[in-house]
Write a protein that binds this ligand. Structure first.
Ligand code: AGP
Length: 607
């Protein structure tokens, strides 16, 4: 959840660390700090609040000057956000930054206190710093190796030793970490986007590998001090992908990147008009063999799974269960050989999703990961892998990742239906052709962003609202509602429109806003009846439906029209756009920090 960086080279280290941290702030933003070797002495600057608060503090108090150091941006787990609890944390000779959770920190702390150590903070991280210090015998690698054997939990650590100036050590287990290699400079970072300004070349650090970055060389070792020869990777994103590019917020930029993201994700997986997922390890024979499908994910990624369920069950006629990963992993799921478990994740590092993947594998199921972040843990551990090519998603509220996740679910469902003999090649080609047209459709819908601005202006003082729909429209409502609440802080619920009268309709009173999605022809009349029921009880209804439908006054107060020429099945790809934009503008108009909503972090690496 936190972001860590490290630098050794010829540039001003503080500037590099601050710049790199600014690209990682999406991972956590309740405090930040850096430690830099200044004339061979470690200087620490840290502060509660955003990176901007740390910059402000350094403006007043002076910034550390040097060419090597480590930095951190925090999402608090142990100890409230405060100056004291901010990273880096230090022992006498060791200073560290940490992303992850040390599960046995209490026992380790008790041991250290008995040994006479004094603690300043409430964090699990300080325990690691003190433990390193306790065991330090002048050999950093041996010490790191010995200490990590005592740690339970997850960590990516950046470590500096007072007597090894201009050297940064790093190690990881579970939490992600890359080592960037530039010309006469090197970096560590939780995510490659942090260093794209300086280099695109990097090593992916594996579990329990130790990186040593010094002025003259960068080496990677295993815990037994064997030097490793690792493959140098090249990022295929450039720096503009991690910058706002003229948009006011990353979220808006990412919403507008959706047509391109869908194109880049889908087009290379189509051969002769048919889905072709062989490069992802998925063959027709394999697809034909699956008996049950489970889709396991969290948040928005789970909502993409719900859309996938409707599409797969409709086309391929295989039962699909969609599960929240944090529930799946602890409820002893009935999953076995012959089943397919699909894990969807933008970051590829979500702790619950990763644990669910491991559980599914241990139960004998085949696993398929649909992941955006290259080289992430989920991507590496799944049996089959479909990368979504959305580029880096920086805003905490996921938009383009959701869009490409559902695009992949469609493609997968089409191929599965073919493999299962539930459709023929001609129909599969037709559907694939329609999917290829969705980037243009999304582009068209984006042209109507002004309308969503207007809708948002009517929502800003609402205390609570409802999203309703049936079938695929209900699946979409779930995502619309999550998007709104996470960035506008307005309470909202999504509800199956037909279920309202079984209790929830009592929430409707004069002026309660209801966003109703009605795009599915076979359910249209039923949904309209449900909408009339809420309208009759005073709801203010915003209807998202096809352009050609003209609602009467007893149905809707406002209509957002979608192009008429979209097939029902693919409607979610168009209909999600106004829902994303409504959430975005509501947040903007309420003066919220759209890209970094309170209490949240982009990459949830704790359970
Ligand atoms: C989406 O807007 C959220 N911030 C969140 O629900 C997210 O989708 C969830 O945490 C899963 O993340 P992942 O896709 O990286 O696994």
């Amino acid at each position: 959840m936190c972001g860590i960086v490290g630098y050794v080279g010829f540039r001003d280290c503080t500037d590099v660390l601050m710049d790199a941290l600014s690209k990682l702030e999406y991972r956590g933003y309740d405090s930040a700090g850096i430690a830099v070797f200044e004339n061979d002495e470690i200087k620490v600057a840290k502060s509660k609040g955003r990176l901007a608060d740390l910059a402000e503090k350094m403006k007043k108090e002076g910034k550390p000057a040097g060419h090597s150091g480590i930095g951190h941006t925090r999402w608090a787990t142990h100890g409230e956000p405060s100056d004291i609890n901010s990273h880096p944390h230090s022992g006498e000779r060791v200073t560290i930054v940490h992303n992850g959770i040390i599960e046995n920190y209490k026992a380790l702390k008790e041991f250290l206190v008995k040994e006479g150590c004094c603690f300043k903070s409430d964090t699990d991280t300080e325990v690691v710093a003190q433990l390193l210090d306790y065991y330090y015998d002048g050999d950093p690698i041996a010490t790191i190796s010995c200490v990590t054997k005592e740690l339970e939990g997850s960590y990516a650590l950046g470590v500096i030793f007072a007597d090894f100036p201009d050297t940064v050590f790093a190690i990881r287990r579970e939490s992600p970490l890359i080592v960037g290699i530039g010309d006469k400079e090197s970096f560590i970072a939780s995510d490659v986007t942090a260093i794209l300004r300086y280099t695109k070349n990097y090593y992916l650090l594996e579990h329990d590998e130790i990186a040593v970055l010094s002025r003259y060389s960068t080496s990677i070792y295993d815990l037994h001090y064997h030097k490793l020869n690792k493959e140098l990777k090249t990022a295929d994103w450039d720096i503009s992908a991690a910058e706002k590019g003229g948009y006011e917020h990353f979220m808006l930029k990412e919403i507008f990147e959706q047509p391109e993201a869908v194109k880049t994700t889908i087009t290379p997986r189509i051969t002769d008009g048919l889905p072709d997922l062989r490069e992802c390890g998925i063959t027709m024979e394999k697809l034909a063999s699956f008996k049950n499908i489970f889709v396991v994910a969290c948040g928005t990624a789970m909502h993409a799974g719900v859309v996938g369920r409707y599409v797969i069950e409709k086309l391929a006629r295989i039962p699909v269960n969609v599960e929240i990963a944090s529930e799946f992993r602890y409820r002893e799921p009935i999953v076995s050989e012959g089943d397919l478990v699909i894990i969807i994740s933008q970051s590829g590092e979500t702790a619950d999703s990763l644990a669910a993947l491991r559980l599914a594998k241990s139960l004998g199921a085949e696993t398929l990961a649909i992941v955006n972040a290259k080289g992430s843990s989920i991507a590496r551990e799944a049996d089959m892998l479909i990368y979504t090519h959305a580029g880096p998603e920086i805003a905490v509220a996921s938009t383009k990742a959701y869009m490409v996740q559902i695009a992949v679910m469609y493609l997968f469902a089409f191929e599965l239906a073919l493999a299962k003999g539930m459709t023929d090649e001609a129909e599969c080609r037709r559907l694939t052709g329609l999917l290829l047209k969705t980037p243009d459709i999304i582009q068209d819908v984006l042209k109507n962003k002004k309308e969503t601005q207007y809708i948002a202006s009517g929502l800003i003082s609402a205390d609570s609202l409802l999203y309703i729909g049936r079938g695929l429209d209900y699946a979409l409502s779930m995502e619309g509602s999550l998007k709104l609440k996470e960035i506008s802080y307005i309470h909202s619920e999504s509800y199956a429109a037909g279920e309202l009268k079984h209790g929830t309709i009592s929430l409707i009173s004069d002026g309660t806003p209801v966003i109703a999605v009605a795009t599915q022809s076979n359910l249209f009349d039923k949904t309209i009846s449900n909408i009339k029921e809420v309208k009759a009880r005073g709801a203010k209804v915003i209807l998202v439906c096809r352009d050609s439908y003209v609602p009467d006054k007893d149905v809707a107060d406002y209509k957002f029209g979608l192009p008429d020429d979209i097939e029902d099945l693919l409607m979610p790809m168009a209909a999600v756009v106004p829902l994303q934009l409504i959430a975005y503008y509501t947040s903007v108009l309420r003066g919220n920090d759209v890209d970094k909503p309170r209490n949240l972090a982009k990459s949830v690496t704790v359970e």
